[in-house]
Design a protein. Structure first.
Length: 310
């Protein structure tokens, strides 16, 4: 089976870290680039963190690019309380041996996709959609050229996590999300409705720790941090590992149930900024051009993670 050419755009971030470690350890993914964006922590830290995880996974063959420092319009608002001030939970950061590639993330996305046959390069977006929105503005042919765009973002039945009605990635840069969803991109949206089904239970964390490899220890450390923080802040016993979902879908799409939908993003109201209006009925809000992840085999997702970090 030919490996899937994939770009991962992310803001590591503890759940981004678990997703990256899964991707780095999965040979059926052909990782062309890791692009980074300001989100959970500033982009200088998300870019460094992506390089740290790359070094832990022994994947310095994959270039890391630095992207947008701030959203298209909004002020940057981090989420350090859920990811730690440095963005990797309790892990003490270090300066990795290999630096970032010289190009910016937007150029990297455009050049990587436009240099390959149509619909052959997929993209997973695990943070605010600023880089992709800027790339679509700069290269009008990008949306048609891109393969599936799997995005962690949004919420429907679950309500929000950064506000009552919005999920963080969409809320952080609602204009970028609106532009991506209005483009010709083929978006598969993994919102809180499905990511809340993918939780780091004590048993799953213990199983990872038992593997004993450095990537497994790193992934377990991120989950332990989330376990403690989410117990203290929202009273959850098992934290959702949101960003694992788009990467798991790229590896084994059959683990997920998707529904055709129309998605609109609230950008005008302060109260409901970043809300995703996910409509399944044809002809009500517009054509059902995108897909919404509804259900997932969570055991199957964690099996991919365990296999990748073994
Ligand atoms: O709402 C969850 C999303 O926001 C995840 O991508 C997490 O990393 C944070 O960026
Ligand atoms: Ca993220």
């Amino acid at each position: 089976m030919t490996p899937t050419p994939l770009i991962i755009d992310c803001d590591p971030g503890v759940d981004d870290a678990v997703a990256l470690l899964t991707a780095f350890g999965t040979p059926t993914l052909d990782l062309l680039a890791i692009t980074t964006v300001g989100g959970n922590v500033p982009v200088a830290k998300t870019a460094r963190n992506a390089r740290i995880l790359r070094q832990i996974a022994g994947r310095e063959d994959v270039p890391v690019f630095t992207g947008a420092e701030r959203p298209l319009r909004r002020d940057p608002m981090g989420a350090g309380e859920f990811h730690g001030a440095e963005g990797l939970g309790d892990m003490a950061p270090f300066e990795p041996a290999v630096g970032c590639a010289p190009d910016g993330a937007v150029e990297a996305i455009i050049e990587t996709v436009m240099a390959r046959p149509e619909k052959t390069v997929s993209l997973a977006v695990l943070g605010p959609l600023t880089n992709l929105a800027q790339a679509l503005r700069a290269e009008p042919g990008l949306a048609e050229r891109l393969g599936p765009v799997a995005v962690m973002g949004g919420a429907r039945s679950e309500g929000g996590n950064i506000t009552a009605s919005a999920e963080f990635n969409i809320w952080a840069d609602p204009e970028a999300a609106a532009e991506v969803l209005a483009s010709a991109c083929d978006v598969v949206l993994f919102g809180l409705d499905v990511t809340h089904q993918v939780r780091a239970t004590e048993g799953r964390i213990v199983a990872l720790e038992a593997l004993g490899t450095e990537p497994a220890r790193a992934a377990a450390s991120m989950m332990r941090f989330s376990q403690r923080v989410e117990r203290e802040t929202v009273g959850w016993e098992a934290p959702p590992i949101h960003d694992l979902c788009p990467v798991a879908w790229m590896i084994r799409p059959e683990l997920f149930t998707l529904r055709p939908c129309h998605i609109a993003v609230e950008t005008m109201s302060d109260l409901t900024r970043g809300h995703t209006a996910v409509e399944f009925r044809d002809g009500v809000a517009g054509p059902l051009r995108h897909r919404w992840a509804d259900r997932v085999d969570a055991d199957g997702v964690f099996a991919l993670l365990a296999e990748a970090v073994r």
